[in-house]
Design a protein. Structure first.
Length: 436
């Protein structure tokens, strides 16, 4: 505690005491005046009639009443002073009181609030686009691509706005721009892009309820029949390449079955709501059934996609190893890369092994050294990047309720880099899986 604070307390207490004494004296004075004035204005005729004995009684009564009245007045004034001081303390604008009572309106707090709003709108806009994409898939299959072109154009416009918002967000998270004012403008731009994306999707016509229900039931039956074949495919992949290679899709078939079970429940409720002429409830359950069916489709497709990517990586790996060794010729500080390539060659001879992971490590060992940007290594990087992006996209699609803006931003950036910088795209996609 500083000396100034210590010295300040007695003075403050003294001032309070002086105030109380002052209030007491004022109260006494008021009491005296209150008693004296009525006596001074009493008519002389009344004084003559009462006589000397009455004057003596009044004097003794005044002696008793005066202290009581003075004390009461002092008490009233003291209470008034206390209430006034309390109110003044509550509304005081000292730094400590202002910091405790006033809301945080600092520029940094405003920036944080705007940042949180931008994150929330990114998630909402991405969910809206994904939902409309699912609906467009149903609509195209039902009425044909040509008839569904207006909806497809609306979706493309919304996707463009959302892609721009994600790109701005990625730059923002990378520290661009740096000054606070520009960052606030950047977040405002993200909010505007997300709102425009949602606006583009307004009035998305899904067609008649009856036809949509029939198609949803047909697709449900097709996927139910497909689960058996996909389950067999997954078993075969695990036997050939080992559990590590199939790790990213382990459990996907079971999850697809669960989604289809949810879908059939909603489809039954659509029928029941239709019979009751409750169109609003019917549409809601149909949408839920389509969502569950679309997610089941994505899970099964991920297994089938891996079934084609693993053999492709296995075929490409020997050439990638040879190309990597050629690229590293004459490169200094290649010891780490040599160790990676030697480890991959050892895995290939051991079997079973994960060819996609092996290919990923080969590309990763050469890319930091400036090698592998052309030829077979470029093809290897593209295959690895596509796998990473597709895996992350399936993960977010199926578990979108628990995935935040950071993972979605990483995935959007990976998708953008896919054709220009495949290895960076793969890195971003992997980050999206880690930053759910």
């Amino acid at each position: 505690m500083t000396p100034s604070l210590i010295r300040g307390r007695p003075r403050r207490a003294t001032s309070h005491i002086r105030a109380r004494v002052t209030y007491t004296l004022i109260g006494a004075l008021v009491g005296v005046v209150w008693l004296v004035l009525p006596g001074a204005t009493v008519p002389e005729t009344r004084a003559a009639a009462v006589g000397a004995s009455a004057s003596t009684d009044e004097t003794s009564t005044a002696d008793l009443v005066l202290p009581l009245v003075a004390g009461g007045a002092a008490l009233v004034l003291a209470v008034y002073g206390y209430v006034r001081r309390t109110r003044r303390a509550r509304t005081r604008t000292t730094p400590a009181a202002a910091a405790a009572m006033a809301p945080d309106t600092s520029p940094l707090a405003e920036l944080d609030e705007l940042d949180e709003r931008a994150r929330q709108l990114l998630v909402e806009a991405d969910d809206a686009v994904r939902t409309r994409r699912e609906e467009l898939g149903f609509l195209r299959a039902r009425i044909g691509p040509g008839a569904a072109e207006p909806q497809a154009q609306a979706l493309r416009d919304a996707e463009a706005e959302l892609a721009a918002a994600f790109r701005i967000r990625q730059q923002y998270e990378d520290g661009v721009p740096e000054d606070e004012t520009s960052r606030r403008h950047t977040l405002t731009g993200i909010v505007g892009r997300c709102q425009e994306a949602r606006r583009r999707l307004e009035g998305f016509d899904r067609g008649g309820l009856g036809e949509a229900l029939e198609f949803a039931e047909t697709r449900f039956r097709d996927l139910t029949a497909r689960t058996g074949a996909t389950e067999t495919t997954l078993t075969r992949l695990a036997e050939r390449y080992g559990p590590t290679a199939t790790g990213p899709v382990t459990g996907y078939v079971e999850q697809a079955k669960d989604r289809l079970l949810i879908a059939t429940t909603h489809l039954n409720q659509v029928r029941q709501s239709t019979d009751l002429d409750d169109e609003e409830s019917a549409v809601r359950h149909l949408r839920a059934a389509e969502t569950s069916t679309a997610r089941a489709d994505a899970l099964l497709t991920a297994v089938d996609r891996l079934a084609s990517e693993l053999p492709a990586a296995e075929t490409l790996l020997p050439a990638a190893l040879t190309g990597a060794e050629a690229e590293l010729t004459g490169v200094s500080e290649r010891a780490d890369a040599d160790r990676v390539l030697a480890g991959v060659r050892e895995e290939v001879t051991a079997r079973p092994y994960d060819p996609l992971d092996a290919l990923r490590r080969v590309v990763g060992a050469t890319a930091p050294l400036g090698a592998g940007r052309d030829g077979v290594l470029s093809a290897a990087a593209l295959l690895v990047a596509r796998n990473a992006v597709a895996t992350a996209d399936t993960h977010i699609m199926v578990r979108r309720e628990s995935v935040g803006s950071t993972a979605r931003t990483r995935l959007a950036e990976a998708r953008r880099l896919l054709l220009t910088d495949p290895w960076s795209a793969a890195v971003r996609a992997d980050q999206s899986m880690q930053s759910r």
